[in-house]
Design a protein around this ligand. Structure first.
Ligand SMILES: Nc1ncnc2c1ncn2[C@@H]1O[C@H](COP(=O)(O)OP(=O)(O)O)[C@@H](O)[C@H]1O
Ligand SMILES: [Mg+2]
Length: 337
């Protein structure tokens, strides 16, 4: 297995404060890795260490095989953080992007072609001759995206790249990230947008107060909320940190059903089903149930019971735990905080 990034007890201390605490993780080559965590969790600090903008105080990391402590110059050529690309207010959009391309020594023809292509894609070409200081926050973000993608490094670090972008530009950027990954680039994406992370990422790491709190595929993380944790469960992989869930914290799948001719006896019968572990009744006639996830026929059982009693179902919905539920469980915080 080839890894684009491996960290070994990677730590950053600011005085007495530990911003990143002995991080051990492996990110596969050619994958899209989602790095999640509440504000102040240590994401940007980690990325700064991985791009050699700051030095670890303890531990180390290998990026594309190069040690960040021993070969910082090699590492700097590989990755880049768009949010940390300082845009010069007194230069135009085009000048800023060209400066970035020149920094990485891009050939002239390729540079020109790619700048135009990217500016058109994110719809900022109309402002190419404007000074950056005259732009809105969202426009600046677009320039930053163009600047970061013009030189296409093997490993691309994107620190909250879609913050401030309008919905259509977000989608353009998602497509670009996808295309780059298809071409073999590894992407590290810090984001608060759970939809974005679920859409794009093969693997997710959740960092909380400097420590890696969960590391797995988005689906496995969600599954681990509903599956009771066992030390040799189906998702165990020695290189992965499982999300550990105590039995008491297990999240249930929910089912909600609307029955027009609901009555007490029917509710009682549903409540007594072995696959239903909790039931709430809403004044609208909707009942919401916590389902036992060990039972593969839980949804069937409820529907059969209603139909057997001549119940008239007008709507049914089920809800599995989302990545946001995982985030809340692991960090105790809302992703937007
Ligand atoms: N240069 C610094 N000096 C002191 N503390 C810092 C410095 N940079 C970051 N921190 C602290 O480290 C913690 C992690 O910050 P950061 O990595 O930016 O978080 P995130 O990107 O996850 O929001 C925060 O508490 C922040 O205040
Ligand atoms: Mg940050």
């Amino acid at each position: 297995m080839k890894y684009a990034i491996e960290t070994f007890g990677l730590s950053k201390q600011y005085g007495d404060f530990t911003a990143v605490d002995a991080l051990n993780m492996k990110i596969k080559e050619k994958s899209i890795f989602g790095f999640l965590g509440p504000n102040g969790a240590g994401k940007t600090t980690t990325i700064k260490m991985l791009t050699c903008l700051i030095q670890p105080t303890n531990g180390t990391a290998r990026v594309a095989g190069y040690d960040v402590k021993e070969n910082p110059n090699e590492v700097r050529k590989i990755g880049m953080v768009p949010q940390l690309v300082s845009l010069y207010g007194d230069l135009t959009v085009r000048e800023n992007v060209e400066l970035c391309a020149d920094y990485y020594g891009m050939p002239r023809d390729l540079k020109k072609e790619r700048i135009v292509e990217l500016m058109e894609l994110v719809d900022i070409k109309y402002a190419e001759n404007k000074m950056v200081k005259q732009l809105s926050g969202g426009q600046k973000q677009k320039v930053s995206v163009v600047a970061s993608l013009v030189h296409q490094p093997d490993i691309l670090f994107l620190d909250e790249p879609t913050i401030g972008l309008d919905p259509s530009t977000k989608r353009v950027l998602w497509d670009l990230i996808y295309d780059l990954n298809e071409k073999g680039h590894t992407i590290v994406l810090c984001s608060h947008d759970m939809y974005e992370v679920e859409l794009l990422c093969d693997k997710v790491g959740i960092i909380n107060q400097g420590k890696l709190a969960a590391f797995n595929t988005p689906q496995s993380l969600k599954d681990s909320l509903i599956k009771k944790y066992t030390s040799n469960g189906p998702f165990k992989d020695s290189s992965n940190l499982e999300l550990e869930v105590d039995e008491g914290e297990v999240e249930n799948k929910q089912m909600s059903i609307m029955v027009t001719n609901l009555n007490r006896d029917l509710i009682k019968e549903i409540e007594d089903l072995p696959s239903v572990c909790g039931l709430k009744e809403h004044s609208s006639g909707r009942i919401i149930m916590d389902m036992d996830d060990d039972s593969s026929c839980a949804v069937n059982d409820v529907i059969e019971t209603v139909l057997k009693n001549q119940g008239n179902i007008t709507s049914i919905a089920t809800r599995d735990p989302s990545l946001e539920d995982v985030f809340m469980k692991v960090t105790g915080k809302d992703p937007g905080e």
